[in-house]
Write a protein that binds this ligand. Sequence first.
Ligand SMILES: [Zn+2]
Length: 248
Amino acid sequence: MQWTDEAVVLRIGRFRETDLWVRFLSREKGLVTAFAFGGRRSRRRFTGCLDVFNVLSVSVASSRDGRFLNLCEATLLEGPDRLRRDWRRQGMAANCVRFLEAMDVPPDSARSCWELTRGLIRLLEQEEEALPVLPMLFRFRLAADQGYVPELTHCARCGRPLHGIQQVQFVVGEGAPCCPSCRRHGDMSLPLGEEALDVLTKVKEYSPVAWNTLRPSPEGTRQAARFIDAFVRYHLGLEWINGRFKAV
Ligand SMILES: [Zn+2]
């Protein structure tokens, strides 16, 4: 079977003398790893475009025994410039990619992940400012797009709307928010003020470039970040250890 699609290159590795493996996010297929035989030499088939964060048009075929994918051809559609020169931004993008790899991207969430990743690269490439909290927000949005994030609009215990409540509690063990009057003694919970809740709601809705306009206060940022951290750890079972996300 052979298919063509648009893809963002996420990671490249060498194997043998002249061959490469390429991990990319395809718009329709999600996270894919394919072999580029002769990838280190063949300028005709790959026109020197196998580079991280490049957007490519790829042509991929299954091997005869169906055990691996073969990257037959690739052409460059768009390549970042600033992201190549700015190490801090590159680090942020790499952090997002590690999370994406740890979560995996099945074909049914490929489209939303594609839009999100393109939006992230666009932001890092074009915007004058890139908030340090960006990778954290990316994690939250990716988890939300894959259906892992609970509704943050109503108290999970009494059903009361949470809008306008100054301090909502996120009950970590239940992975759900509750209003102050439903909080029980002994609940392990994290406070989510109106501002943090507003940031999370907007991150779920808007594309990354618009996240830059949110500008939460340090306290709002801290609350949102602690919530995302706890959520990723307890409900997705992932923790950032030595430069990658590991199952905990
Ligand atoms: Zn309640």
